[in-house]
Design a protein around this ligand. Structure first.
Ligand code: KG4
Ligand code: ZN
Length: 331
């Protein structure tokens, strides 16, 4: 079954073809226009998706060496995300499904990040605990089966990726903040500043990152501008350590709480090398298996949507053509 996956929930326009056994293509066009604004501008994102979505779909089909008539279904992200951005992907997907007379299936973007692990790791089977950590979300999910989830905890304020983006902005580094902070942090000492770790209730699995962002801001305000510049690497390393300590601690505790022997990570922040290294180390020392998809499957991509869509279409789940965007959709 050849499935086209379309993803337009934020600032990446992506399309991929997956046939249930192999990923045949995965085209991702990241909108660079937002960089100069220091964050995603929703109206500009929608307009860029309009320009990009059909060329990206055409390229995905060309890379797969496939005519559109060979598609058996269209999977598309319908939430959570920016309403206007989601609408563009949905409109393209519905148009294709109608023209080709094939089923449409709406995919939850968060479930897409989860399925990125299924796509990347054939040996990953439920039950496991996944940390979904991106620019818009930070949550711990008990995956009892594909499609059967319990959300164990989520952020009460900022998402971890949002904290990376906001701290990068206040340090004058640019957008998106995650990769820029990680790069500076490689040359810094993570112990140079002891920023607060918000464990909240140590036995619960909710997160909070807004206090950490404020702590970095207050610390920086006390320093002269040239000292901030000299200390940038150390500040980035110290901030990154405060985020990863909490993410790793809660993920391990969550796995122990529901008695699973496997953890997985998904979403844009999962690209972070320090987070991956610490997660693997802590998992290994407790005999837990740890899965992280390769970077192209961590940040937003059509492949994960095609994979999730394939799973549901195979199970007979079809969405109506009246499917609309759900910007605040939960898992
Ligand atoms: O999953 P994603 O592409 O989009 C959302 O669904 O939000 O995640 C984007 C987020 C951004 O906040 C970005 O700063 C963060 O992922 N990110 C990283 C890294 N690469 C991307 N955060 C930390 N370290 C990275 N290397
Ligand atoms: Zn995402």
């Amino acid at each position: 079954m050849n499935i086209l996956g379309i993803e337009t929930s934020c600032d990446d326009t992506s399309a991929a073809v997956y046939n249930g056994e192999a990923l045949l293509s995965n085209v991702i066009s990241t909108q660079l226009i937002h960089q100069k604004f220091g964050g995603v501008v929703p109206e500009l994102a929608s307009r860029s998706h309009i320009q990009l979505v059909l060329p990206v779909v055409r390229q995905a089909l060309a890379d797969a060496g496939m005519a559109k008539e060979a598609l058996d279904g269209i999977a598309v992200t319908y939430g959570p995300g920016l309403a206007g951005a989601l609408l563009v992907g949905l409109s393209a997907a519905k148009g294709l499904a109608m023209t080709l007379d094939v089923p449409l299936v709406g995919v939850n973007h968060l479930e897409g990040h989860l399925f990125a692990n299924k796509l990347a790791h054939a040996d990953l089977t439920p039950p496991f605990v996944v940390l979904l950590v991106s620019g818009g979300h930070t949550q711990l999910v008990h995956v009892k089966d594909w499609g059967d989830y319990t959300v164990m905890g989520r952020t009460r304020d900022d998402a971890a990726g949002e904290a990376f983006d906001k701290v990068a902005k206040l340090l004058g580094l640019g957008y998106p903040g995650g990769p820029l902070i990680e790069k500076r942090a490689r040359n810094g000492n993570p112990k140079s500043v002891r920023f607060p770790r918000a464990y909240l209730d140590k036995d619960k699995f909710d997160f909070s990152f807004s206090g950490l962002k404020t702590a970095v801001m207050q610390h920086v305000r006390k320093l002269e501008a040239d000292v901030v510049q000299q200390e940038l690497d150390n500040l980035c390393a110290s901030f990154q350590a405060a985020v990863t300590d909490v993410l790793v601690y809660k993920t391990i505790r969550a796995a122990q709480a529901v008695k699973v022997d496997t953890i997985a990570v998904g979403g844009g922040v999962a690209v972070n090398g320090a987070l991956q290294a610490q997660m693997r180390l802590e998992a290994e020392s407790r005999k837990l298996r740890c899965f992280v998809p390769p970077p192209a499957f961590c940040t937003d991509n059509g492949a994960m949507i095609a994979c999730a869509g394939h799973h549901y279409l195979q199970a007979g789940k079809i969405s109506p053509l009246s499917l609309g965007p759900l910007p605040s959709l939960n898992l």
